[in-house]
Ligand binder design. Sequence first.
Ligand code: ADP
Ligand code: MG
Length: 400
Amino acid sequence: MEEFYTHINKKLYYITVCIVITIMAMGLLEGNAIIGWLEFGFVLHSLLVVILSVCLLLYPKHVTHLFRAVIIILAFCYFYTIFFLYPGIGSNFIFLCFIPAVAILFFDSKLFYFSIPLNSILMTFTFVYINYLDEESAYYYIKENLIGNVINFIGSQALICFTFYLTYGRMKKQQLYYEQIKQSERLKTTGQLAAALAHEIRNPLTVVKGFLQLYEKDTAYSADAKRHFRLMIDELNIAEEVLSQFLSIAKPNRNAVTETVNVRSVLQSVVDLLQSYGFFRDNKIELKVMEDCFIAVNNIEIKQMLVNIIKNAIEASKIGDSVIVTAERKKDFVEIKVTDFGDGMSEEEVKSLGTPFYSLKSKGTGLGMMICFNIAAKYNGTIDFHSKKGEGTTVTIRFP
Ligand code: ADP
Ligand code: MG
């Protein structure tokens, strides 16, 4: 489906570009009739048409910010050049007003914010030129009513900005919607997977564990053998633990009661619990909570979530670095921040968080963040990541 649309989009893009190039070529013929072949202006005009056409044709193969910037700057050069080369064609003025719209076609907000001020500056110079320096009055049609033309220009920029905000807002909304659908799709898949796994593995495990517990009590076995049985039982307990983690995703505990939880004491107990984990690699956890704040959640689930997130922060930290945990009351919510100065993540990696089994650690399960997102969603909370590769990560958790 997705491929089908990108295919059609590409086709549409090339058709549009071909039409644009044809129109530019027609302009070139017309220009030739006006200023003749080997004039400098005509050579410049032809050169710009060729470079712009090549760039537009190459763009689908290099969809980068830089390439878009180059195309927009070329568009600026092209439209201003033809405006000054052919004063007789009054409608060129309209094109000048609408150059920033190219950024909207490319859906690039940064370029849009760049091209609106640039166009205003260039246009101011143009108006000054027409009013004071244009001795032949080649632009008499603008000069005759300069104020009116300036107002029209401002109006056109306002119209473009308005179009941009509406289109951009709608696009963002759709993107968000798509992300949500993807996330719920993921949850469904793991849910089914977890249920099947738990069913298939738990029963044999229980049987094996039962027999081992029996043998452990049997006097016929030596103390040595019994020690081995104990080890096996412990390992099976770990396996069961992993399974119940799976199950907590598949069937969130519906009996979990929502209670009023003091964020300070929960954080204190989680930090105490993980302090020894951090000691291992000389990482200290610094807890800074200024005031008591309360949220309505299940005590065990919120602890499970915080343990996961702080553990990730410790695991990402370099030896000796601290992890900083803060909590404060904001307007209608409580904000908990966990900051580390470790590995950090790229934008792509942040997007992958919450995907089942997504883990970059050799012993990671890649389920931790998924559980966290589930718990946060259950209590209308949010988890946001701000991360830079090599500099560290700040996880912001908000609960109403
Ligand atoms: P696990 O910890 O078992 O790998 P998680 O779901 O908890 O699974 O985390 C998934 C991945 O996200 C981790 O493997 C790690 O690469 C990345 N990650 C999570 N938190 C951080 C962090 N604070 N800094 C850098 N990477 C992180
Ligand atoms: Mg983890």
